[in-house]
Design a protein around this ligand. Structure first.
Ligand SMILES: Cc1cc2nc3c(=O)[nH]c(=O)nc-3n(C[C@H](O)[C@H](O)[C@H](O)COP(=O)(O)O)c2cc1C
Length: 323
């Protein structure tokens, strides 16, 4: 029922993709997503050296025989990332079905290196203009990421982005941003997407490697409890509204030096926050969909629940329409 060009392209069971999440989607969590029938995307940027990344890739291959992808981070970063180094490891180790690039348009040399190695490419971006450019660069599928989502956002909401993208792209479209249950999944498929990519829903799972205190704080959050941050440096990300985010937003409003803002938004703070449960220490990407996530479940329950809810809803709508 849910076979699409995206499930055919990557070979996963459901048209569901677990988004790359810094400090979260290491090998164990990515494998849990794959084992639940979705396509998991492991982060590369959270492994600072080729050797650490190689070890993570090997561990992931030990944990699952299902298809998986690796993300290459093309966002502006303070620590310059040489993605060719990760690409080298991906090609040397084998077993990777697809590479997702996110952020800027993937450079030509990187695309040809990966394509020659037989990898499928998907690119995640926030506008139709960038999606067309990614298609031209060689992407086999493009993820359109709407304003409601957790992480680096643009200015257009998922509901407006998707049908526009579907109208003009030839490659399949993947929907991201604000999708956290079967209702959102079916809506995205109705708008023409051929898979959904989810992040925030997967944070609130048992397997998610972050402290229970952070999970509880997200569980208590509503749809109004996220804010866009770092627009002042043209790198807007949607994060949960906590003390760190409020402080950084205030500094931005007051035109403070970026060094001051960085002291708050640094990745090391986020990492400590997730590990030690200090919920106000750093910033954490989070979607407006946090408002509809009301329980911590297993990754399998989250994914299968989403798929079966979408399926049931599709049947209900079909029956209502045919009356
Ligand atoms: C905690 C967290 C960390 C994320 N880290 C990354 C990242 O490192 N690279 C990336 O491309 N996207 C990242 N994202 C975005 C997700 O991959 C995905 O696009 C997004 O979560 C989908 O929107 P949703 O949260 O509304 O489901 C992150 C999202 C969250 C919630």
């Amino acid at each position: 029922m849910f076979k699409t060009r995206v499930t055919e392209l990557f070979g996963m069971e459901y048209p569901v993709i677990g988004g790359c999440m810094q400090w979260v989607t290491g090998p164990e969590f990515t494998a849990a997503v794959c084992e639940a029938g979705a396509l998991g995307i492991m982060s590369s940027a959270m492994f600072p050296t080729q050797e650490e990344f190689r070890a993570a890739l090997r561990r992931l291959k030990d944990l699952t025989d299902r298809p998986f992808a690796v993300n290459l981070n093309l966002f502006p970063a303070l620590r310059p990332i040489d993605n060719r180094l990760y690409a080298e490891v991906i090609l040397e180790e084998g077993g990777v079905t697809a590479v997702e690039t996110s952020g800027n348009r993937p450079p030509e040399d990187l695309v040809s290196m990966l394509k020659e190695g037989g990898l499928k490419l998907m690119h995640k971006c926030v506008s139709v203009r960038h999606a067309l450019s990614a298609q031209k660069a060689g992407a086999d599928a493009v993820t359109l990421f709407g304003y409601e989502g957790g992480g680096h956002i643009g200015s257009i909401a998922t509901m407006s982005l998707l049908p526009r993208a579907v109208d003009v792209l030839e490659v399949p479209v993947i929907a991201a941003g604000g999708i956290a249950d079967g209702r959102g999944m079916l809506a995205a498929l109705s708008l023409g997407a051929e898979a959904v990519l989810i992040g925030t829903r997967l944070l609130l799972t048992r397997e998610c490697p972050m402290s229970e205190a952070v999970k509880e704080s997200l569980l208590a959050a509503g749809e109004e409890d996220t804010i866009p941050l770092l627009g002042s440096v043209h790198n807007t990300i949607r994060v949960i509204r906590n003390q760190a985010a409020e402080r950084a937003a205030e500094l931005e409003r007051n035109g403070a030096d970026f060094k001051e803002i960085l002291a708050i938004v640094a990745g090391s703070n986020t990492r400590s926050m997730l590990e030690r449960g200090e919920v106000d220490l750093g910033i954490l990407a989070c979607s407006q969909s946090v408002g509809i996530i009301n329980e911590i479940v297993t990754v399998r329950e989250a994914i299968e629940g989403m798929v079966s809810e979408a399926r049931e809803l599709a049947g209900r709508i079909a029956r209502a329409v045919s009356v």
